[in-house]
Design a protein around this ligand. Sequence first.
Ligand SMILES: [Zn+2]
Length: 213
Amino acid sequence: MVLVKRPTPKKKEGTVVNQKTLCGVCGDLPPSLTVKTGMDERFPESFGRLQSFDLGSDREIYQCPGCMSIFEWIDEPQYYGSGRLDQESLTRLSEEEADLVLALWTRPLDSLEADSLLETAFARLPAGLVTNLFHALVYRDPRRLGCFLPALAARFLGNDESGLRDLLSDYGYENPKQAALILENLAGKGRTPGPLAGKLMERCRGWSQAGGD
Ligand SMILES: [Zn+2]
């Protein structure tokens, strides 16, 4: 379950820290914390009272039900060795970052707003966090993800990056209609696609034809 409303009557810069320190739920969580789970270290108990967005990945968003703060949790397993160096980190997002996450996730929007929101999000938030949020939308709210499609396609054409390729690929695979739309958006920008984009366009062509329309 996700809590969305943030009680932010005072929007002044710099008031965030005090507000959070007073929170009875998450007040004892520092701005950023890493625990070595491989050495049996654990987060403070209050971590268990935060509510997950259920993105279903090793990079998760949590929200405090008390003050609506947003946290990013990252699982950092060591892929070799004994596992003793496995660790997890938890970082409290700034108020601006938190508002951006909530806007991406739930704010009603038209495609024009989606374009500028996406640009701001990639400029202010870790790219992996943004891509992860969108990836969860593939399964939870594909229509919402569709609002961001023109901007995502433009960005992908610009950087030919594998994270965006994976996102758009899963999106198209899940729904042939979206595959046709992805193709349209990638082809319609008048730019030469990079190797990853070119390959994805081929696959989208196949999916949309197999989808029958
Ligand atoms: Zn809190």
